[in-house]
Design a protein around this ligand. Structure first.
Ligand code: TEU
Ligand code: CA
Length: 574
């Protein structure tokens, strides 16, 4: 069995501060707003709260561009508000995580301003600067062909010094040079600053991108015709990553702190295990992306892909069994601020099916082995933005840059533009960023002013007030799910994982078992009725249905279970 640890038994609730609750009518969520909702968070039954970045920032990428690691973005509040928040959480027995973004800073950080101002600045080496390349005609080009995740080249030219700096994300997010020891010292110092202030741990943004191949080679052509290419093979899990994560890990250990790292572009369990293996001294767990990239097509996130349920099964099975057998640990998530709403994406957001679908998805993710992450609004079954919204309602630079580039490259391809718009409505990060729907009053009670982003049109029906303490609601169901994970923690936290019916294209079923006691989690991922028979070796104890999103079990004359649309139940088995 896996070793026991408090952080394995925890559920983390992720808050996107801008969209959670506005306390002063400026249309932007804030820390006092969060403090006013602590009872709501406690009622859900989570153990840890993670806040997306709240540091001082020009907000080019919604706070993932930090200008000062020790100051709070003014519209969110003051340092003393953070102290109050921590105290309020701790009083309720809930821990608090900060989001630490240290692969890059904002270009408005003092370090970068100084670095850019002069080649002799003591901060010049805090960032990654390279000479231009010139072609035979004498035209200037970036040092290599890497693309930025937010469109265009990953390099920005600085006229004054005749050098480029690297930015894997927005131009305003220059990458830090971790090779330079003072950068690492500065990161360690920032970590201690917050840990000493009472923070219980960190979510570490794109932490596997910090070590770059120092030759900065050109990336191979994976998307023909594109000027810039995906270069992650030269910086995802690079040569010195684990050396540096061990330094970070030793600080975390001093404080018994919680850590989850975000690691895009790795599908290899063995590589992830190097960070989360119990003997590694690095991080507790990692967000990997295989499941949430399942519908990304051949030319990236905004190209379509139809995914068979079998793909999802093999992804889940792979990570679940691997971490169990190799003494690693999984982070479980299907939603966050970068992903769209799963009722819309993986099930159905039709009014008559949505509540059922949201509960099914809750069972699907929550009873797997790992530390569970719930993203704000997931507990209410919030859905993607309406199809009717024009592009003007979107706010995220990823989507907007993509759209502008598309218009530039294919100004007359109306079909492609239409198709891409459909993809935004399915996968844009904005889908997760609409304000939380608190009640049926104007702007869903999120703000008394004008919200920074439009509230989803369905708030009169879907909101917290209509769900908290209401039997049968998505919120109440999630609370029961979290309760059950605690009640049966031998099985659901420390048990093994077995995939049932690997072939079935509609039903995702799995078993968790611990020393002869087991539970089956059965999920109909389709909107139709399905007949399903458990495998012979898994005898369901039908009197012991722990949770269901329907009442009773329907069966046909031959004893097969008849699963209704998105029906899902959790049941003990022998
Ligand atoms: O995201 C990193 C990342 O690689 C993706 O999630 C990416 O933002 C998106 O999927 C592109 O399609 C982290 C943060 O979670 C994200 O909000 C930031 O924008 C990004 O890093 C840069 O800090
Ligand atoms: Ca506000």
């Amino acid at each position: 069995h896996p070793q026991r640890a408090w952080w394995k038994e925890s559920t983390v609730y992720q808050i996107y501060p801008t969209s959670f609750k506005d306390s002063n009518g400026d249309g932007i969520g804030d820390i006092p707003g969060i403090i006013s909702k602590l009872d709501y968070i406690q009622a859900l039954g989570v153990d840890i709260v993670w806040l997306c970045p709240i540091y001082k920032s020009p907000q080019v990428d919604m706070g993932y561009d930090i200008a000062d690691y020790k100051a709070i973005h003014e519209p969110f509040g003051k340092l003393s508000d953070v102290d109050d928040l921590i105290a309020g959480l701790h009083a309720r027995g809930i821990k608090f995580l900060m989001d630490l973004v240290v692969n890059h800073t904002s270009d408005q950080h003092e370090w970068f301003k100084s670095a850019k101002a002069s080649k002799d600045s003591p901060y010049r080496n805090f960032y990654i600067w390279k000479k231009p390349r010139y072609d035979a005609q004498g035209n200037r080009h970036p040092p290599n062909n890497w693309s930025s995740y937010f469109s265009g080249s990953a390099w920005e030219y600085d006229e004054a010094s005749d050098e480029y700096y690297l930015h894997l994300f927005a131009t305003e997010q220059p990458d830090l040079n971790w090779e330079y020891p003072p950068v690492r010292a500065a990161v360690h110092e920032i970590m201690r600053f917050w840990l000493d202030r009472g923070v219980d741990g960190f979510r570490m943004d794109v932490i596997n991108l910090i070590s770059k191949d120092q030759n900065f080679p050109d990336a191979p052509i994976t998307i023909p015709g594109n000027k810039y290419q995906h270069g992650s093979m030269y910086y995802a899990c690079g040569p010195r990553l684990h050396e540096w994560l061990q330094e970070v890990g030793s600080i975390l250990k001093e404080y018994d702190a919680f850590s989850v790292g975000e690691m895009p572009f790795v599908g290899d369990c063995t590589e992830i295990l190097r960070s989360v293996g119990s003997d590694r001294g690095e991080l507790n767990m990692i967000f990997q992306f295989e499941m949430v990239d399942i519908d990304h097509g051949p030319s990236g996130k905004f190209s379509p892909r139809k995914w068979p349920l079998a793909d999802m099964k093999s992804i889940v099975n792979k990570w679940q069994t691997f971490m169990y057998e190799n003494d690693g640990w999984n982070a479980l998530y299907i939603e966050n601020h970068d992903q769209s709403r799963t009722v819309s994406r993986f099930a159905s957001d039709k009014p008559q099916l949505r509540t059922t679908a949201a509960k099914m998805l809750a069972h699907f993710i929550a009873f797997q082995a790992g530390t569970l992450f719930v993203y704000q609004g997931q507990e209410l079954g919030m859905k993607n933005v309406p199809e009717s919204w024009p592009i003007e309602e979107y706010r995220d630079l990823e989507t907007l840059n993509h759209w502008n580039e598309l218009l530039e490259l294919f100004p007359n391809d109306i079909e492609l533009q239409k198709l891409t718009r459909t993809q935004y409505q399915l996968k844009s990060r904005d889908n997760a960023r609409t304000p939380i729907q608190w009640n049926a009053s104007k702007h869903a009670g999120f703000t008394s002013g004008q919200p920074w982003m439009r509230v989803n049109d369905d708030y009169p029906q879907v909101n917290a007030e209509a769900q908290v303490g209401v039997k049968g609601s998505v919120f109440s169901h999630w609370a029961e799910v979290l309760q059950l994970r605690k009640e049966y923690k031998d099985i659901f936290i420390y048990g093994n994982f077995r995939l049932l019916t690997a072939e079935d294209e509609q039903v995702f079923a799995y078993s968790r078992a611990y020393e002869g006691r087991g539970a089956a989690v059965v999920c109909n991922f389709s909107d139709t009725d399905v007949k399903w028979t458990p495998p012979a070796e898994t005898k369901l104890v039908e009197e012991a249905i722990l949770l269901s999103n329907y009442t009773g079990l329907h069966k046909d004359s031959e004893g097969r279970i008849l699963l209704r649309p998105f029906e899902s139940f959790v049941c003990l088995h022998s």
